[in-house]
Design a protein around this ligand. Structure first.
Ligand code: HEC
Ligand code: HEC
Length: 242
């Protein structure tokens, strides 16, 4: 069972890698072509309504893995605490996709440092979908990763040194969903630039949406433990909130 999981993981990487390279050339990539033009203004108000049909409003957007954040330099400083064994065991191989320090690996998987804990648990147990498509982030059951080991991984990821600049913090905390280096294009096709600071703060603290398995439909709540007010202010400056 354990072995099968690992073999499946490797196979998925290989299949996906070839699918992706085939994709970058001439595939018309329907997701990308959908330029509804309504940006965020149409339905952006109070969040996604129903959820499951995958009929989320789509704008021009980058696709995975191009939208994944890769942290580097001081933004990816190694955690002084050693990685828990479960992070790099044969059954999980989190490091094989997310990098030794959770900084992300080009063309495979995004950075996962400082993901709010409740949300991280949900993703690890249920896997991840994007536009209703299963991604390389497959679910990990208790049999391959028990609760204690899962929590040790999440705690370790959350005690990694944080970036100290607005852009670094943006990439670490918002970039996977709102655009990898600037808030100009990500898997969430709405703009978060030039918004009122108070509104952005409220959204970040409260989160949005209910379907946690879908990157484009769910934003985790970020507590002050995840992200201090001072850090959030740096992000707001970076995204030019008013
Ligand atoms: C086969 C590659 C692969 C393995 C192994 C893997 N992941 Fe992932 N993971 C991904 C990909 C790809 C995504 C992004 C999926 C998406 O939303 O498009 C992801 C997403 C995540 C996220 C959500 C990040 C976010 O910002 O939404 C977390 C947390 C996470 N992984 C943690 C882990 C942990 C912990 C392990 C080990 C137990 C692990 N992953 C193993 C590929 C992998
Ligand atoms: C895991 C993905 C994810 C992360 C991480 C994330 N967001 Fe979001 N964000 C979303 C989704 C999904 C929405 C809702 C989109 C919708 O309503 O259609 C959203 C909505 C928003 C909105 C509301 C925009 C509007 O006009 O309604 C703001 C502001 C925002 N996010 C800012 C941020 C900031 C700042 C960060 C980093 C601190 C962040 N988000 C992190 C996914 C994410």
């Amino acid at each position: 069972m354990k072995k099968l999981h690992w073999v499946g993981t490797v196979a998925t990487i290989l299949i996906s890698a070839s699918a992706l390279s085939g994709c970058s050339g001439d595939d018309p990539a329907p997701m990308n072509m959908n330029t509804a033009g309504t940006g965020g203004s149409g339905t952006g108000g109070s969040g996604p309504s129903g959820g499951s049909a995958g009929a989320a409003p789509m704008g021009t957007q980058l696709q995975p893995p191009a939208m994944y954040v890769l942290l580097s330099g001081p933004d990816a400083a190694p955690n002084p605490n050693p990685a828990p064994a479960a992070w790099k065991s044969m059954t999980t191989a989190c490091n094989g996709c997310h990098g030794e320090n959770g900084e992300g690996l080009a063309n495979i998987a995004p950075e996962v440092r400082h993901t709010p804990a409740a949300f991280a648990q949900q993703v690890i147990r249920n896997g991840r979908k994007f536009m209703n498509q299963t991604t390389l982030m497959l679910p990990f059951a208790q049999t391959s990763l028990n609760d204690a080991d899962m929590m040790s991984i999440i705690t370790w990821l959350n005690t990694a040194p944080k970036p100290t600049t607005g852009q670094g913090l943006y990439k670490d905390f918002c970039g996977n969903c709102h655009g990898p280096t600037t808030p100009s294009g990500g898997s969430v096709p709405i703009s978060i630039q030039n918004k009122l600071r108070a509104d952005v703060k409220l959204k970040v603290r409260n989160g949005e949406g209910t379907d946690q398995s879908m990157r484009n439909l769910y934003m985790p709540a970020h507590s002050t433990m995840d992200l201090s007010d001072a850090e959030l202010d740096l992000i707001l400056d970076f995204i030019q909130a008013k």
